[in-house]
Write a protein that binds this ligand. Structure first.
Ligand code: CUA
Length: 679
């Protein structure tokens, strides 16, 4: 007899439970759809009680399990994808909610042999190599291509302010780069080495219709590298920040530098950023710290950088009118390192750039679903400060300035632009939202999440800007994520706490410990932790959650698809199209790949020949993936069903090289091999 998860939770399954999960009856799971836990009348009986007792699980634990369990082959499925940065693993992790299962790891800035990323496929090598080519940046120090990155902030593409499930962008905090992942096959398609950006922390998001993806500097950029020796002492003139609007091709999702532009900013350390939406559409907000422009020097008689950078009571939120910038860029930009840049004085005179004070070393600047409220956490201030776009617009209109900063940028009066403040606790960082007018802010020092209320139209009178609830998490939370919580229509239900430390939570696996994602239930009066999941694949920094049914991922590639173009490659073949030819010193083969053979399976070359292999997986069955590896040539590509991949190398090592299929594809998987003979 089938039994649904909802019936179980609401108690409608009383009496039927024995068939499916033992003796869990209606009353024992709390008897109501009330968010669970919370100490309702709960008891267990029968088989479930026995198992629960043996495993030391309380009735509340059982409720939590029922809320997150995905039965094998059952109807309950994950509702959301988490698109997680992987930190300095250079990768992106895809997980499911509520199960918190890891579904995929996407190689982005770093090689990922399972997907054949940066391990021999021509299209993948091209992505990596074009991703290290900005004129403004020296590459010689790295000896060529960079093969690592520090993925920080994913940004899902949007239509009308909602995630549309087409593309995900992710920045490399280390090198000021950004990558595009196509959600049709969950693979990276492009890495852009953004000119004039040596680094980038959190300034990544898409504008509401994915007109642009934004990325800004973190450490300000030295304008003239030949003046490096005296630059630090001359910080104010030598360095600048840049806000970058990368034009997104509406068909392919690729970023086009020729149609992109930057806005020159003061050399404050620009930090997180967010796009306006609805009432604030056309604007972006970037917070900054170190408006003191401290640069350290604790070994040269100076103060430690963090002391100098925390001296002032206020730093500066940057308020940028990008629609205005878009209008003036053609006539008023100058070109620096191939990028159109609107100079700071033009940005000021055109009303494109304003500043507003932000309390002590702020972090997180997050626009609420209605576009009016902008929440800023002050790392060293126990409040979240909530700005209002309506007030900002009025203040700009009235030129309600408290001063002009040392770069000539007008600074709006704090009182004119702030709508409310809520004392939330120690170390407030990032805010996400639900659809009912609540913000959820992470508190790093408190190791907690605070829930607070916004103002009109969500709440009125003494219900506005109040602390509503607070939940301890474990431990040292950085970012958090509610479901589609930075769009115009958050989906509520769950929150993920991205905890940096996990001491005492998991079995010890040596000195480098996993991070701890805690899944939090938002459906009840009080927030409640449902589960915790170790993350041993990197250091996820930020995560966005998108409804699974919005992503229209392919199950198989149409035959002969080159993932680099997402189109049929002219060199792809079907069964029967196999060829092998020599042209001077070039050996070229068109190879079909299927269970359980490569054809042709002997490739003969002379030492020094150029070898070009066109590999097509001619399978049409989902899951029928093969791999192609020539180990000593450092080649390993994945050939998903229908995929075409080109492999090109110089046969500079003599010998017989057994190539093989790296994917356990069939009963005769081990027999799926061949020879590269280099004579
Ligand atoms: Cu094909 Cu293993």
């Amino acid at each position: 007899m089938p039994i649904t998860r909802r019936e179980l939770i609401t108690g409608a399954a009383a009496g039927a439970g024995g068939l499916v999960i033992g003796g869990v009856t209606g009353s024992l799971i709390g008897g109501g759809d009330d968010g669970g836990g919370g100490g309702g009348e709960t008891s267990l009986s029968g088989q479930a009680a026995k198992v629960a007792e043996e495993r030391k699980l309380s009735p509340d634990d059982v409720t939590r399990a029922v809320k997150t369990f995905i039965p094998p082959g059952g109807e309950a499925k994950d509702e959301f994808f988490l698109i997680c940065s992987g930190g300095h693993s250079g990768q992106v992790i895809v997980m499911g909610v509520p199960s918190m299962r890891t579904l995929k790891v996407i190689g982005v800035f770093a090689p990922e042999p399972w997907q054949g990323h940066a391990t021999g496929a021509a299209h993948s090598n091209e992505i990596i190599s074009k991703g290290t080519d900005a004129k403004s940046k020296p590459t010689s120090a790295a000896g060529g291509n960079l093969t690592w990155g520090d993925t920080h902030h994913p940004a899902l593409s949007e239509t009308k302010g909602e995630y549309d499930g087409r593309w995900a962008y992710i920045n490399d905090r280390a090198n000021g780069r950004i990558a595009m992942i196509d959600l049709r096959d969950f693979k990276v398609k492009q890495i852009v080495d953004v000119p004039n950006l040596d680094s980038s922390h959190g300034g990544v998001f898409c504008t509401p219709n994915s007109e642009y993806v934004h990325i800004s500097t973190m450490s300000p950029t030295l304008l003239d590298p030949t003046k490096a020796e005296t630059a630090l002492a001359n910080f104010k003139d030598a360095f600048r920040g840049f806000s970058t609007f990368l034009k997104v091709d509406e068909k392919t999702g690729r970023m086009d530098l020729a149609k992109s532009f930057q806005i020159e900013l003061p050399p404050y350390t620009q930090d997180l950023a967010d796009s306006g939406k609805l009432v604030s559409d056309g604007w972006v907000f970037i917070n900054s710290y170190n408006s003191e422009m401290a640069f350290g020097g604790n070994n040269e008689g100076g103060k430690p950088l963090e002391v100098g950078a925390s001296a002032n009571d206020f730093d500066m939120m940057h308020i940028i009118n990008w629609k205005k910038a878009e209008q003036v860029v053609a006539s008023k930009a100058k070109t620096i390192n191939g990028m159109r840049v609107i100079p700071m004085d033009v940005a000021v005179s055109e009303g494109i750039l304003h500043l507003a004070p932000e309390p002590k070393s702020p972090h997180g600047v997050d626009v609420a679903p209605n576009g009016n409220y902008i929440s800023v956490g002050g790392k060293l201030d126990p409040h979240v400060t909530i700005y209002s776009m309506e007030k900002i617009k009025a203040a700009i209109e009235k030129k309600d300035y408290e001063k002009v900063d040392q770069f000539g940028v007008p600074v709006l009066k704090l009182d004119s632009v702030v709508a409310g403040r809520v004392e939330v606790g120690l170390g407030p960082l990032h805010t996400q939202y639900d659809a009912e007018g609540h913000g959820y802010i992470s508190l790093f020092l408190d190791s907690a999440v605070a829930k607070f209320s916004l103002g009109e139209p969500y709440f009125s009178g003494d219900k506005t800007f109040q602390l509503v609830d607070k939940l301890p998490v474990h431990y040292n939370i950085g970012h958090l994520c509610t479901m589609e919580g930075d769009t115009v229509s958050p989906k509520g239900k769950y929150l993920i706490a991205l905890n940096k430390w996990s001491i005492d939570r998991f079995p010890v696996v040596g000195t480098l410990k996993p991070q701890n994602f805690q899944l939090v239930d938002l459906t009840g009066e009080k927030m409640e932790i449902l589960s915790e999941t170790s993350i041993g694949l990197g250091e996820p920094h930020y995560v966005q959650a998108i409804a699974v049914d919005k992503v229209k991922a392919w199950e198989v590639y149409p035959l002969g698809t080159n993932p680099g173009t997402m189109e049929k490659d002219p060199n792809s073949i079907d069964t029967g199209g196999e060829k092998y030819q020599r042209n001077g010193t070039t050996v070229e083969a068109w190879v079909s790949v299927k269970r359980s053979q490569f054809k042709p399976d002997i490739i003969r070359a002379k030492k020094g020949d150029k070898v070009i292999l066109h590999l097509t997986n001619v399978e049409k069955t989902p899951d029928a993936t093969h791999g192609f590896s020539i180990p000593r040539y450092n080649i390993n590509v994945s050939l998903d069903p229908g995929e075409y991949s080109k492999v090109e190398f110089t046969a500079d090592a003599q010998g017989t090289f057994a190539f093989y299929c790296t994917e356990f594809c069939s009963a005769l998987h081990l027999e799926m091999q061949g020879w590269l003979v280099v004579g």
